[in-house]
Design a protein around this ligand. Structure first.
Ligand SMILES: N[C@@H](CCC(=O)N[C@@H](CS)C(=O)NCC(=O)O)C(=O)O
Length: 233
């Protein structure tokens, strides 16, 4: 039995091809970051659908991979020193994949750190704030009479979008060159506009750089394919 067979997740989501990188995910903005990155980098992988229901993300098998019960997570059977490695947190996974493939993360110190800086902007700012907009604008939170939480997240969402709008002036991608930072940021712009339907309230039509950036991202074949991996049930 190889080390990889020892991962309990195999009992619930068995690998058909255990030599390939295994992706456990659902096509949300955080999930598709990893499928898009894998396609852009040309890394072969086997996707497994893990839904957001407690019976999946809180199962013993999934918790063995991510104690924080959230998709996405991966196992790379060919990790450092040829040993399998399991990882969760989409930002950490993107850095790992970029280093493994030598793609989409500059190797010079300035380029690398600037890219990670914008990746962290997404992980610590854009993602958590837009997620709250989704809750208070579209999902259960919209029934709440007190509109202060929604207003707070809309104000913060507009502020974050204005930061992007300014940074994108005169350049196609957030650091100039297409990178894992764009793969982290753009799926959240799509989600807030097209899935949560909050583009108008966030006044995205007044942000030509952000809008063109999202269009540019969505025009990439790897993005179009990755947005549906794994497919929704
Ligand atoms: N910071 C995490 C966030 C992941 C996350 O929020 N995943 C959501 C779907 S987008 C999830 O699995 N939710 C299930 C739950 O919270 O029970 C990452 O970027 O990987």
């Amino acid at each position: 039995m190889s080390n990889f067979d020892n991962f309990p997740i195999n009992k619930r989501w068995p690998a058909t091809n255990p030599d390939l990188l295994q992706l456990y995910s659902f096509p949300t903005p955080n999930g598709v970051k990893v499928s898009i990155a894998l396609l852009e980098m040309g890394i072969e992988f086997e996707p497994h659908l893990v839904t957001l229901s407690d019976s999946d993300v809180k199962s013993v098998e999934f918790l063995s991979l991510n104690p924080n019960n959230k998709i996405p997570a991966i196992i790379d059977p060919n990790g450092p020193d040829g040993e399998p490695i399991a990882l969760f947190e989409s930002g950490a996974i993107l850095i790992y994949l970029a280093e493994k493939s030598g793609k989409l993360l500059p190797t010079d110190a300035v380029g690398r750190n600037k890219t990670i800086q914008w990746l962290m902007f997404q992980m610590g700012g854009l993602g958590p704030m837009f997620g709250q907009i989704g809750f208070f604008f579209k999902f259960a939170g919209k029934e709440i009479e007190d509109k202060r939480p929604l207003d707070r997240y809309i104000t913060e969402g507009r502020r974050l979008l204005a930061v992007l709008e300014k940074e994108l002036e005169g350049q196609d991608w957030i650091t100039g060159e297409y990178s894992i930072a764009d793969i982290a940021i753009a799926p959240w712009l799509r989600a807030v506009r097209d899935f949560y339907g909050a583009g108008e309230v966030l006044q995205m039509d007044k942000l030509p750089n952000v809008t063109a950036y999202l269009d540019r991202f969505l025009a990439r074949p790897a993005v179009q394919a990755g947005l549906n991996i794994p497919p929704r049930p």
